[in-house]
Design a protein around this ligand. Structure first.
Ligand SMILES: CC(C)(COP(=O)(O)OP(=O)(O)OC[C@H]1O[C@@H](n2cnc3c(N)ncnc32)[C@H](O)[C@@H]1OP(=O)(O)O)[C@@H](O)C(=O)NCCC(=O)NCCS
Length: 189
């Protein structure tokens, strides 16, 4: 399946309608809002959620169908970009997530020369997203216990991944130094 990427321009009526249809037409079980109403989606658009000075959104299109949405955030000076990735329900599990993350990683490093790292956070039980991170060279850097609230139920853990420009350029993976507490020194009792 050949994928093309095009920037979404939600200030145009047809684009806004397409965004509303996409967001409200699928379930997002690992997002804070698993079912997005058309009203909610329209509010996000008018609040500048998808386009603005530090935000860009791209459609992934295959055979004329919008199959995925990539939202890039915190773009600009001295920021570490973040992203949100949403694949249409019936297209999940066919490699589009991997293609999207590969594409957005290259886009961000090519487009923003000052960016040295890209970050993403997801729910701990989002196996598909976590495997997508690993496939694309991202490394787990953080585990936030009970940091992902749910409606009524117990909070989930959240996990943070990132990729370094250096690793991306050289095809390497630099692990975090998890054992650094060994180096701590302080007053002894
Ligand atoms: C998470 C998401 C982006 C992944 O994209 P995808 O197209 O479904 O995933 P891919 O087919 O590219 O597969 C990527 C990896 O996940 C694995 N995977 C796919 N679906 C899976 C599932 N349901 N359970 C466990 N692993 C799964 C694949 O085997 C692959 O792993 P591998 O590279 O080790 O073989 C997509 O499923 C999605 O949009 N989900 C809903 C929205 C969401 O959760 N977004 C993440 C917000 S941060």
């Amino acid at each position: 399946m050949e994928i093309t990427y095009r920037r979404s321009r939600p200030d145009r009526r047809a684009e806004a309608d397409a965004l509303v249809a996409f967001l409200s037409g699928h379930d997002w079980p690992f997002h804070g809002t698993p079912r997005v109403s058309a009203d909610q989606a329209a509010r996000w658009i008018s609040d500048g959620h998808f386009d603005g000075p530090a935000t860009r959104t791209f459609w992934m299109t295959a055979d004329g169908e919008d199959v995925g949405l990539i939202r890039l955030m915190d773009l600009g000076d001295d920021e570490t970009p973040l992203f949100d990735l949403r694949i249409a329900t019936h297209h999940r599990g066919h490699g589009l997530g991997r293609q999207a993350l590969t594409w957005l990683t290259r886009y961000l490093f090519d487009e923003f020369a000052e960016v040295t790292r890209i970050e993403g956070t997801t729910r701990q039980d989002n196996a598909a997203m976590r495997r997508t991170f690993l496939h694309c060279g991202y490394v787990k850097e953080a585990h936030y216990r009970q940091a992902w609230p749910t409606d009524g139920g117990p909070a989930h853990d959240a996990v943070g991944y990132a990729i370094l420009r250096h690793d991306w350029r050289t095809g390497t993976v630099t692990p975090p130094r998890w054992d650094d507490e060994r180096d701590l020194s302080g007053p002894t009792a």
